[in-house]
Design a protein around this ligand. Structure first.
Ligand SMILES: C[S@@+](CC[C@H](N)C(=O)[O-])C[C@H]1O[C@@H](n2cnc3c(N)ncnc32)[C@H](O)[C@@H]1O
Length: 352
């Protein structure tokens, strides 16, 4: 999808024409308070959200309500979650006595700690420090919403939409794209905000996959962490590392012992059909401590030396079977990750 740049001059013209509503409040950077001062940009975000008059819209961090007002005009109802009581007061003052007020519900609190109600759409200019946990909180929300139109820091947005081979393609990308289709909508310069943040921004559209792609979450997470620990190394080299092999062999033996004690044959229950699309398992929520970059897990770099053990042989056979040995995580598609994990699991090799 093509992105457009909201230019500085437009921002200035817009700001001059209609000063942003600031109320009497001062802004706190610690709460990511950078309000939208360009009404043209607000209009563009609302227009790109494709709001229907029947939509219940979730807004995160309404601030003084510049976006909220347009959302109220376009949809049926806006539920706004705001952590700062001063902003909540401003918002109430702003809409009190207007016809819009009975379609606005304000929840005061930290969105990350709030049980979210039903919503069709999420439209928000968020505090950037909560980008990652908020994204995954939204994606685990049930029932799934239609789409979310969210302003993120530019680099975070580019990680969300990255494709295999792009510099910013990372674990965050794959984890997000497992659950949603993500499109870049708009590039937004710093001067569209008051006060201007230090970084540029982008608006993206996130559409949850329906039906969801089923994975066992801990398994998937453990697998991706290993694959992306050194995303530019070949998978052959990653899976030859002593620490990786030791971890996987430990899991393998634990599972075998469990199966034996329960009288199960090897690999029963181990097979996951990743091609199947269906409803999510509600118990399996995404655990995310991901700020977008791939962290380096402390791992001894050495290869397991000498004659390959039976287990190492097993791991390498899986990589060869799928032709993955010389491939790198930085260039693997979501489908390839799903396929490789399914091959490991079929061989009784697990990541959690
Ligand atoms: C970038 S400002 C956006 C303000 C307004 N939506 C606008 O575009 O003009 C982010 C807003 O999120 C609020 N906020 C910060 N952390 C929050 C959290 N954890 N939960 C809910 N709101 C939060 C801030 O107080 C602020 O009002």
């Amino acid at each position: 999808m093509a992105g457009g740049k909201i230019k500085k001059d437009k921002a200035k013209a817009g700001a001059g024409a209609h000063a942003p509503y600031q109320g009497g409040v001062s802004f706190h950077k610690s709460k990511g308070q950078h309000i939208l001062k360009n009404p043209l940009l607000v209009d563009s975000i609302v227009q790109k959200a494709g709001i229907k008059s029947t939509d219940v819209i979730l807004e995160i961090g309404p601030g003084t309500g510049n976006l909220t007002k347009k959302l109220l005009e376009a949809g049926k109802m806006v539920i706004a979650v705001e952590v700062d009581p001063r902003m909540v007061l401003e918002l109430q003052r702003r809409f009190q006595g207007t016809p819009l007020s009975n379609r606005l519900k304000v929840i005061q609190g930290d969105v990350l700690k709030t049980d979210l109600p039903y919503f069709d759409l999420c439209v928000a200019n968020i505090p950037y420090q909560i980008s990652s946990p908020l994204t995954f909180k939204l994606l685990s929300h049930q029932p799934a919403f239609r789409c979310a139109i969210i302003m993120f820091q530019r680099e975070f947005a580019m990680r969300l939409v990255a494709q295999p081979g792009d510099k910013l393609y990372c674990r965050l990308t794959v984890n997000t794209q497992l659950q949603a289709r993500v499109f870049h909508l708009l590039k937004v310069g710093k001067n569209n905000f008051r006060p201007p943040p230090k970084v540029d921004s982008s608006v993206v559209r996130i559409e949850p996959r329906k039906p969801r792609i089923e994975v066992k979450q801990k398994e998937w997470d453990g697998f991706l962490r290993i694959c992306f620990n050194r995303k530019n190394k070949t998978l052959g080299s990653i899976f030859r590392q002593k620490t990786v092999l030791a971890l996987l062999e430990k899991n393998y033996k634990t599972l075998q012992a469990l199966n034996l004690s329960q009288g199960l044959v090897e690999n029963k229950d181990a097979e996951i059909d990743f091609s199947r699309l269906g409803d999510s398992n509600e118990d399996e929520t995404m655990e995310v401590d991901d700020d977008g970059a791939d962290e380096e897990i402390e791992m001894e770099d050495g290869d397991a030396e000498g004659e390959p053990s039976e287990f190492k042989q097993k791991v390498l056979t899986v990589l060869k079977e799928g032709d993955f040995e010389d491939k790198r995580s930085s260039k693997l598609t979501l489908q390839e990750f799903l396929y490789l994990l399914s091959l490991f699991n079929k061989s009784g090799i697990h990541f959690s």
